[in-house]
Design a protein around this ligand. Sequence first.
Ligand code: NAG
Length: 409
Amino acid sequence: MRKVVLLFGLWSLLSLSHAQLTDRAEPEGEEEVVDLFTTPRTKLAAATSDFGYNLFRQLAARDPKASVFLSPMSISTAFTQLSMGASERAEKQIYRALRYHTLQDSQLHDTLRDLLSSLRATTKGFKSAERILLARKLRLKLEYLNSVENQYGVRPQTLAGGARDLKTVNDWFKQQTGGKVEQVVPSPLSRKTAVLPVGAASFNGKWITRFSKGNKMENFQRDGEAPTLIPMMEQENYPVKMGIDPDLGCTIAQVPMEDGVSMYFFLTDEVTQNLTLIEEALTAEFVQDLSNTLHAVQVLLTLPVIKLSYRTDLLPSLSDLGLSEWLAETDLIKITSQPVKLNGVQHKVVMETAPEGAEYASTTPTAKGQSLALTYRVDRPFLFLVRDEPSGALLFIGKVLNPSDLKRV
Ligand SMILES: *[C@@H]1O[C@H](CO)[C@@H](O)[C@H](O)[C@H]1NC(C)=O
């Protein structure tokens, strides 16, 4: 249904550009169209993306006036580590929330480990670290600690219960993310902390073209409030894929970055902080369809230069994902025989969009592209995704209503 409407919407853009771009040569070697739902890896990535969209919707609904920023890959990985300590019943409940129940992948953990290692290739700019924190006094089962370490290369951290724990935890995450993510856990851990999954991620992917104009202060429009000045960067003839979705009332651009990563922007026609329609449309399938149907054009691209940083405890959102029954009885019997509750789910994400790119823009102007003068200007509330195209994995999802909401925390 959505796809049809979108195709229709794209048609006007498509026909417009065909009329004016016919003699612009298409780049050689069209990208392979990836079918999202065929290999274990792309299936897992799709499931995790759908989990991410669900979680994002829950968070966005909790406070419609707040900016939100998450790394679904990281949160999902932390929960997968936790699920290794769960009873069969509890594992089922967690898998359902993570959308794993559709996969029928007997090698699920190996698939995830391989996916993570490909996503963490340095050229993609994605870093993530996940660890389960456990109170030592719980009489932990060594087999659990060993199997998580064997599978994911990270041993759950045992907490001594003193003031030192906080520094040990935060230092580890900082080191794992190359210094990018600091203070994952903001305040000293309570002595009562028993089980605390933590996930952190950072992104500083490179644009395929360096932005020639960077850091010029310009207005960012806000819904019902005065505009705010933020640094913006600009580049002519940036190759993007674009489309108009009249049903969602927005223009969508897929901006390619280095090593198969794309950033998608959803920009509403009106300046509004109500992005509900777009939020509700997001699924792995919808975004995959987008990447196959958006039309390649060159635009005058203007993006905010921002450092986003966001920290949240996801525990309150988990019940909205169908986990309330599990939260009441976590059944983490392979971790400890004592009944335990989750003390929180700490998540922190950091991202920078600097003008730097892998290469300078080509100086040869595209003959007809110039006169077309398509512009794409992200200067008002927007929703964005960062996606790994070869696998379809959703690395990040965010909603920026006011860039200063997502200042360093
Ligand atoms: C946001 O937009 C949706 C869809 O257009 C609408 O149903 C909803 O009432 C709006 N919410 C607010 C708070 O205006």
